[in-house]
Design a protein around this ligand. Sequence first.
Ligand code: SF4
Length: 291
Amino acid sequence: MKFKMFSVVVGSPACIAKCPFCVSCETPDKDNLKNYEINWRNLEIAGNLANRSNIDTVMITSRGEPLLFPEQISEYLKHLKEFKIPFIELQTNGILIMKDKEKYDKYLREWYRNGLTTITISVVSHKYELNKKNYMQDKADYIDLPELIKYLHELKFCVRLTCVCCKDMMDTSLKVAEFIKFAKDNKVEQVTLRPVNDEYRRDSAHFWILRNKLTEENKQDIRSYLENNGTKLLDLERIGTIYDVDGQNVLLSLPLTKYTRDTNPENLRNLIFFPDGHIRYEWEMEGGILL
Ligand code: SF4
């Protein structure tokens, strides 16, 4: 069995944001913020499988916001050392880092020392108002994104902006060009453009997505822009295409759907470790389980 990516799942579906397209999006409460024991024995099995697949990147991710569980991230990093995977990434909306800098500064420095290489910040745009509307539902302030990027760079992290592309937020080549310029101006190392995924969503998200997903014309417009203005660097099978656009690294990502599934066990996309010890190769299909 061979995999392309290794994901380890932190925490619970709790998140301080409320994106309308989110799979889980639970308000934090005493039940979903509980800390629990991670099945380290099975992490070792998953890590060995990742090594057998020559995986070079592990993504620390969550059904909600991983930063709500900083102690778990610290523990994961200590255990992941054993597998010597070169790139260790953390996916976050970044909001807590800026809203509680005192608390997270200590963790970020520790995580850097323990091998975390990349912080992947989820956004829907480079524009404050659009991120505020999407993440905070306009009920609270959003963060100063350039400040967050600068701060993470000062801590020596590599920064990736992952933009979930939706209608009226990131749906044209013009907006993509502005986003890429923002990334370049802020010295962001990597950009990912991910059209919002319209499969496997909770009902309320599903209806929002049907109204707000990119059309085929939007996607074609963006792809043509990258083809015409960038240099194709890498074609990553069932993951996407990486371009250099005026010196900015840009991945146009393919969604995780049935169309990007390969049933050949030597070419599986994702090896996913869940804290209870379950190891899966599908995020949403309950049957895609190894342990
Ligand atoms: S930031 Fe992520 S986990 Fe939180 S609501 Fe948005 S999509 Fe869901």
